[in-house]
Design a protein around this ligand. Structure first.
Ligand SMILES: *Cc1c(COP(=O)(O)O)cnc(C)c1O
Length: 557
């Protein structure tokens, strides 16, 4: 697809804007404000708005679904030049209709077309069209589930959908869900803005569980970390996770006052899963510190961000049970795989976790801004509960009592509706398509002499690199110094290919750095593909490889 054709498709979509009539100056006065606050100014304005919204709610989506490249050519630097005005104008600059057509015609083309089936680099992708409508309804209702006084039935709906996903993970019996689904005194989990806040919430609970009240000590939430360490006779808390742990865990450790250096990276095995021997050794070493260092939590990953690999969850559960360690599973990416009958076994063991993170805006295909965290014990969120005088009174269904966030939207409405529209089977089709397409992609990469598959997909993520056959041959049994030199050359080349392809603007894979045999002195720059768009098929992936081969021939051969 060339740039000209791309431009033509874009022009197709351009909104006609009524030629501005000989325009009078726009004034902000009370009368006008009253008019536009409640509804469109007049019937004409309303008709124009309805037309615009129709185009946005259907057209923008169709437009993005088409194969139109990833983004326009303007660089971030050029764009930054266009947005340097730091004054708020005293009077209105534009009417709503003008603003909307500007957004569609001038801003959207410079956003990233994450819905393109050629965009296979990140965990952000096309979403079903109806998600936008559901999100619009949520915005129009403008409920705040922080407190039932501003959300009523939406809080009840949130509790129901939390129970559904809890059941997907933990598989408790009917009596359990009967007792908790609408119980104002217990919580099965909570919605957050994303996986980061979800992980943070889980580790907040873990920290308060470890530095719990004893004797006169009221707990670290009330008395702080210094008092907490003193009361428990310890000097240091650590968090254990494989080298592939998401960086949100380090943020959480910083914020929770345990220090992000105390997130201990455990080596991974050849399949990028936490290495159990290394983990056990690490636990033994910490236990030998006479209890002066305590393990706050062990985090298992169900779908590592970089490689999609899944830690051995049952073994981790066993280790946590044996050593009395809090067990969190970061399933921000992989969690929804539980819905697939075919692949749910990959997450076996997750039901033994004390807490589980799942992102809504990843494999539940929701619009940006939705994460969730679930807890096995419906009472454990008491450890982070807060009350205020004007809301969040004990025993109310104010969801803000047990939540890191304050005011927040009724995102559960989007998920609850999507589950009704899709069913577990509908979601499974998406998940299975991703996993199976990734498998086919891996086979294709193996077939081509110019490429090397670096991590084969366990879920729908894989990594590979460009590695010409002669380099491959040289790498065989190469002594360390030569191997490092060859890898350094390949690293530069793969970095270059990824950037050139991105700048070409037609397709996109991302890149990351993995470490050969866990050795920091042996970095491997790899290309990373995340297959979640149902429109991405093996033919498109072959085209992406073709383009990479062309870039290689042109610039590096
Ligand atoms: C994406 C991701 C996160 C962070 O989630 P955000 O929604 O980006 O805050 C955490 N852990 C894993 C494994 C992830 O893939």
């Amino acid at each position: 697809m060339n740039k000209l054709k791309l431009k033509l498709i874009r022009d197709d979509f351009k909104m006609e804007t009524a030629a501005p009539p000989a325009r009078k100056q726009l004034i902000a006065d009370w009368q006008t404000l009253n008019r536009i606050f409640i509804r469109p100014e007049d019937e004409d304005a309303k008709r124009a708005l309805v037309k615009h919204m129709e185009q946005i709610l259907f057209g923008l989506h169709d437009f993005l679904q088409k194969h139109v490249g990833i983004t326009e050519e303007a660089s971030l630097k050029e764009l930054a030049e266009r947005f340097k005005d730091t004054f708020i104008q005293p009077h209105p600059e534009k009417r709503l209709s003008e603003v909307i057509s500007d957004l569609v015609n001038e801003v959207a083309p410079h956003a990233v077309n994450v819905a393109s089936p050629y965009f296979v680099g990140h965990m952000t992708s096309a979403i079903p069209y109806f998600m936008v409508h559901l999100k619009t309804i949520t915005a129009a209702l403008n409920q705040n589930v922080n407190k039932a006084e501003t959300s009523k039935v939406l809080s009840i709906i949130e509790k129901q959908v939390l129970a559904k996903i809890h059941r997907l993970i933990y598989q408790q019996d009917d009596a359990f869900y009967e007792a908790h689904v609408q119980n104002p005194n217990t919580a099965l989990g909570c919605f957050t803005e994303g996986g980061t806040i979800a992980n943070m919430t889980a580790l907040w609970v873990a920290r308060n569980s470890l530095l719990a009240p004893v004797g006169q000590f009221l707990g670290c939430e009330q008395e702080g970390m210094v008092a907490g360490y003193q009361a428990h006779g310890i000097e240091r808390c650590v968090l254990l996770v494989s080298r592939l742990g998401h960086f949100s865990l380090r943020k959480a450790a910083g914020l929770l006052g345990i220090g992000n250096r105390n997130v201990i990276s455990i080596d991974v095995d050849a399949r990028n899963r936490i290495k159990l021997s290394a983990l056990k050794r690490c636990i033994r070493d910490f236990e030998a510190t006479d209890g002066r260092t305590r393990i706050m939590a062990l985090v298992g990953i169900a779908g590592a961000t970089e490689t999609g690999s899944i830690d051995p969850l049952p073994e981790l559960a066993e280790i946590c049970a044996e050593h009395g360690i809090y067990y969190h599973v970061d399933a921000a990416w992989g969690g929804p795989t539980r819905m697939s009958e075919k692949y749910r076994h990959l997450l076996n063991g997750i039901e033994r976790a004390d807490s589980v993170t799942i992102d809504g805006h990843k494999q539940f295909y929701m619009p940006m801004g939705c994460g969730m965290v679930y807890f096995k014990n419906p009472l454990i969120l008491e450890r982070i509960a807060y009350h205020a005088r004007y809301i969040a009174r004990p025993g109310s269904v104010d969801l803000g009592i047990k939540s890191l966030s304050g005011s927040r939207e009724a995102n559960s409405l989007v998920l609850a509706s999507a589950l009704q529209i899709m069913g577990a089977r509908g979601y499974s089709l998406l998940l299975e398509h991703g996993i199976e397409t990734a498998k086919a992609f891996a086979a294709e990469i193996r077939k081509r002499p110019l490429f090397e598959l670096v991590t084969k997909p366990q879920l729908n993520i894989l990594t590979y690199r460009v590695c010409p056959p002669e380099t491959k041959a040289q790498l065989q049994d190469a002594p360390t110094i030569l191997r490092r030199r060859l890898n350094a050359y390949l690293n530069d080349m793969n970095r270059g290919i990824q950037v050139l392809q991105r700048e070409g603007g037609i397709s996109f894979v991302s890149r990351t750095t993995l470490y050969e045999n866990n050795r920091l002195e042996d970095p491997l720059v790899v290309l990373r593909a995340v297959i979640m768009n149902p429109m991405t098929n093996i033919d498109i992936l072959k085209e992406i490889l073709d383009e990479q081969e062309e870039i290689y021939q042109h610039h590096f051969a």
